[in-house]
Design a protein around this ligand. Structure first.
Ligand code: F6P
Ligand code: MG
Length: 440
């Protein structure tokens, strides 16, 4: 991999990133260790002494990891033999070369994105190397809790949506556009419910997600919803029987956010703005609340069997979409590598080629935005297209609340103006973007 010269510096473990590495990552590790402790009896009941031994080994591996982090030790190569280990270690070599012979890059001297991803990958190794508890998801409880605590909001959203479906065929274009914009915003603000931001503390959707959308419009600092609409409506008009309109959604967090994404994508199918939707989730537990295949299926099952008519109607329809093949779930190891998306064509050409088949890629959340823009200290006014640095498999759109120090595509002076009154604007999760790039 050639060294990057013409790009701004990576966000390193300084400022907000520094706070994340110093405080939040150890907190997350401590929670993971506690979770394993709490499940000791369960492991014993399921696997006997072997389960308890595995739990002890995983805890000792994780305690060592926490110590390496807190004492700013070098980031060491992965020693497991999981399928992605070689790619990780190549990436680590690349980081070493970038440090120009200044020794082994340590936790606080490495790019933030890299060490954060590395921590989640080591958590995965702690479990995966210790059968019989290898497939235990240490973040499962938190994700389920977020779902249950968001129950009222989920009911409100499912009810609204099922009412909408009753007369969706009769809506004119203007009304259809209005509904799309509403559901895009619900999905955007659903991204506030991420659990890595709060180091795993609750972050559920308490109020009705539809109620205060109007009031929140001023906080959408890049709003390309009109452009998204044009793309979808033109694709629908051009659409013939031969060519399906395909939308891909690169998922972020399970819990309320996932439900909001499923409602949005159901709307795209029901309104015939799309004919098929492809979901992309994580193949290992990631950033506390990111969606895995288990979370995806669990969520649909929960809705299906809910004691509420409209919730369960959603769940039944969604299960049907999967069976009919108009919804397709994928996972790919690339999404849990530390690589930024401009290297996808080289590192995961199969995934890049698959995304090229799409009419529209929706990237949910902050981490996806960081990887889209290379997690660099861009000037705020740099065009989104430029920050994507040749990542253009298909027209794409980021729906993200700001939780890290990177933002592009603002108008001159816009960022500085917000900064003057709200120094924390880039990391508070209060602002959002719907940022589109059409040029493949
Ligand atoms: O900054 C907080 C943080 O944990 C970042 O590390 C990460 O970019 C983000 O939250 C995860 O958020 P999201 O779930 O929106 O990708
Ligand atoms: Mg996330």
């Amino acid at each position: 991999m050639a060294a990057v010269t013409a790009l701004p510096v990576s966000l390193s473990a300084r400022s907000f990133a520094y706070f994340t590495v110093k405080d939040r990552l150890p907190q997350i590790l401590t929670k993971v260790i506690d979770t394993l402790h709490r499940h000791k009896n369960e492991f014993f009941e399921e696997h006997g002494e072997k389960g308890v031994e595995a739990e002890k080994r995983a805890i000792s591996f994780l305690s060592k990891l926490r110590n390496e982090l807190q004492t700013d030790k070098p980031v060491t190569p992965l020693e497991d033999e999981l399928p992605d280990a070689a790619l990780w270690n190549q990436y680590l070599d690349y980081q070493r070369n970038l440090s120009n012979g200044n020794g082994e890059p340590s936790w606080f001297q490495s790019p933030w994105l890299f060490v954060e991803c590395y921590m989640y990958r080591r958590i995965h190794a702690a479990l995966a190397q210790n059968p019989p508890i290898g497939s235990f998801d240490v973040f499962k409880e938190g994700k389920a809790q977020n779902f249950f605590e968001s129950q009222e909001a989920i009911i409100a959203l499912c009810t609204y949506f099922q009412e909408l479906l009753k007369n969706i065929q009769d809506l004119d274009e203007k009304q259809l556009q209005g509904e799309l914009f509403k559901l895009l915003q619900v999905s955007l603000w659903g991204n506030k419910c991420d659990l890595s931001f709060s180091a795993g503390e609750g972050s559920s959707q308490k109020s009705s997600p539809l109620q205060c959308l109007e009031d929140m419009v001023p906080y959408i600092i890049v709003n390309d919803m009109e452009r998204l609409w044009s793309l979808l409506i033109n694709a629908k008009k051009r659409n013939t029987d031969k060519c399906n309109v395909r939308v891909d959604i690169i998922l972020d967090n399970a819990g309320f956010e996932l439900v909001s994404d499923l409602v949005l994508t159901d709307f795209l199918l029901s309104s015939k703005l799309a004919d098929e939707v492809h979901f992309h989730g994580k193949s290992i537990p990631w950033y506390v609340s990111d969606t895995t295949k288990n979370d995806f299926n669990w969520t649909i099952k929960q809705l299906q069997s809910a004691n509420h008519m409209w919730m369960s109607r959603c769940g039944i329809n969604w299960e049907g979409n999967l069976k009919k093949g108009v919804w397709v779930y994928h996972d790919h190891m690339f999404w849990t590598l530390p690589h930024v998306y401009s290297s996808m064509a080289e590192v995961a050409p199969d995934l890049y080629a698959d995304l090229q088949k799409s009419n529209l890629l929706l990237f949910k959340g902050d981490l996806n935005y960081r990887k889209l823009t290379g997690d660099r200290k861009w000037e705020y006014t740099v065009p989104f297209h430029q920050a994507l640095n040749k990542f253009h498999p298909a027209p794409l759109c980021s729906l993200r609340t700001l939780k890290s120090d990177t933002q592009v595509g603002l108008k001159p002076g816009q960022g500085e103006q917000i900064q003057a009154s709200e120094p924390e604007w880039m990391v508070s999760g209060k602002y959002g973007i719907v940022q589109f790039d059409a040029t493949p």
